[in-house]
Write a new protein. Structure first.
Length: 203
């Protein structure tokens, strides 16, 4: 998993509440178990019309936000089903950080496991950031995970809270597999001892 240290990027404002995982990546795109290739279908039913043409008014179709790496969203982002394809699609598009007043619990946890930083802020702070993000490519934000700060386009900074363990995992680029592999020496020692003590298990 790619480490998350500091990110300076354009932020796309998406002032909608209750954006669920089916809106993020519709069910017809869940047949794959690959984490790549889903970005083109991110927010598919919001980005494209019935003929597959881009809807010009959708924020990620606007020139200023096509390379956005930060998403500033409304309350209860990522609600609905628990599909892990949702953070996969966001990451494949290029989104590394999502700022919102609140997140659905399962989606929130899945973000950390896939290298995306979800940040909870007060609703009024999120609204202020959305207004600044409306300035398009002229407004860039810097998210510093180590110092737990967001630097706004006007130079002011906001602080955010994050669980210390989740922060460590993002800074070091550790998903669940990576965390397990940190214990590889201890695991190997246990297996070697177990082979001697219970050899029938290894036949």
């Amino acid at each position: 998993m790619e480490k998350f240290l500091s990110l300076t990027a354009v932020a796309a404002p998406m002032n909608l509440i209750n954006i669920d995982t089916d809106m993020i990546i519709p069910k017809q795109f869940l047949k794959t178990i690959k984490r790549t290739g889903l970005g083109k279908n991110l927010f598919d039913e919001m980005r494209y019309d019935g003929d597959g043409k881009e809807i010009p008014d959708f924020v990620l179709n606007k020139a200023a936000y096509r390379n956005a790496a930060i998403l500033i969203a409304g309350d209860n982002f990522g609600c609905g089903s628990s599909r892990e394809h949702a953070p996969w699609a966001l990451l494949d598009f290029g989104i590394r950080c999502i700022i919102a007043p609140s997140f659905a619990d399962i989606f929130y946890n899945n973000c950390f496991k896939n290298g995306i930083l979800p940040i909870r802020l007060d609703a009024k702070e999120v609204e202020a950031l959305q207004k600044e993000a409306d300035n398009g490519a002229n407004a860039t934000f810097t998210v510093d995970l180590e110092n737990q700060t967001i630097t706004r386009p006007n130079g002011e900074t906001l602080s955010f809270d994050i669980d210390a363990f989740r922060k460590k995992c993002l800074l070091e680029g550790l998903d669940d597999v990576g965390q397990t592999l940190q214990k590889a020496t201890e695991i190997e020692a246990f297996e070697n001892k177990n082979r001697i003590g219970q050899p029938w298990l290894w036949r």
